[in-house]
Design a protein around this ligand. Structure first.
Ligand code: NAP
Length: 291
């Protein structure tokens, strides 16, 4: 395994690079977000995962703009809210996210969840494709899609190519984001993405703190003199994923990024993985195509 570092980046199908460690801001109160994101920047995170639904895009954008560093040094993600998918809604959301964040472009825009029906998903995707062509968004992707939704997206991309004038006109799927950790490994989705070179972001990488004290986790933390949270972030990085740990606590923010002075063995990575399918967030991946 190539050695990992805080500045490790992954090349996306879009041609842009994404910093492998991200910083999540779900449930970070808007009034605290600028301070918290600045804490993260101070310890070396440069990638922030927000969403329209988190109501803190403005504070994230402010932290980036006020950093004094060139915009290109940061990676900012937002998401089209679920349950209102469609061409116009997604097109409007790109404009809203640009206005809220005050940024000239968004690095990554995801469809937050597949809810919205087939036509809604296709329309939303088309709006994101156009946003890339207009230079408003650099890379696009989806979140919480099951394999059935991913297969459908490939069909939509082919249809859009035919409708919009050829290869590439259907857009490029660069990133998928799912709840992934040792108690929810999602092998089917991970394999689907690996086959196509789609980067996988892992949300709730700390399992929202619900698994502290699990025997293997505790043992590995003891062996390496690291916290259980650090072992989980390391597991995700070594799987090749892009973990998005969230914290509002300065010490934890620092600890969650202090994961580059130890390496799990391949056996330990495998040993951590359970046979359980136990998501702790929502699970739209299992929803039918007409939901
Ligand atoms: N696409 C989606 O549908 C979706 C869904 C969920 C999440 N996400 C993204 O993924 C990010 C992370 O997921 P998440 O927020 O669900 O869960 P998570 O990162 O697994 O866990 C966050 C929880 O763990 C605590 N924590 C953080 N670091 C810790 C440490 N070192 N030791 C002990 N506790 C620690 C946090 O508390 P404190 O803040 O008090 O430290 C918070 O309660 C989100 O912020 C969001 O960006 C996306």
């Amino acid at each position: 395994m190539a050695s990992l570092a805080l500045n490790t980046k992954i090349k996306l199908p879009s041609g842009y690079e994404i910093p492998q460690l991200g910083f999540g801001v779900y449930q970070t109160p808007p009034k605290d977000t600028e301070t918290v994101v600045n804490e993260a920047f101070a310890v070396g995170y440069i990638h922030v995962d927000s969403a329209a639904a988190y109501h803190n895009e403005a504070a994230c954008g402010k932290a980036i703009r006020k950093s004094g560093l060139p915009r290109e040094q940061f990676f900012f993600t937002s998401k089209v809210p679920p349950r209102a998918l469609g061409y116009q809604a997604a097109k409007d959301q790109v404009e809203k996210s640009l206005t809220e964040s005050g940024l000239q472009y968004i690095d990554l825009m995801l469809i937050h969840a597949p809810y919205g029906g087939s036509a809604g998903r296709k329309g939303a995707w088309k709006a994101l494709v156009e946003a890339v062509e207009a230079g408003k968004v650099r890379s696009i992707g989806v979140s919480n899609y099951g394999v059935q939704h991913l297969d459908e997206l490939e069909k939509h991309i082919a249809e859009l190519e035919a409708e919009r004038g050829g290869l590439g006109k259907g857009g490029v799927l660069s990133v998928g984001q799912w709840e992934i950790h040792p108690w929810c490994v999602r092998s089917d989705i991970a394999e689907w993405c690996a086959k196509r070179g789609v980067a996988v972001e892992a949300y709730s990488p700390l399992v929202r703190g619900r698994r502290w004290g699990e025997p293997t986790l505790r043992e590995l933390a003891g062996k390496y003199g690291k916290s259980e949270a650090q072992v989980l972030v390391r597991w995700s990085l070594q799987k090749g994923y892009i973990p998005l740990p969230k914290s509002v606590n300065a010490e934890r923010i620092r600890d969650n990024a202090d994961v580059y002075d130890f390496e799990l063995t391949l056996e330990e990575v495998a040993e951590l993985e359970s046979d359980e399918y136990a998501p702790v967030a929502w699970d739209p991946t299992t929803s039918p195509l007409d939901a």
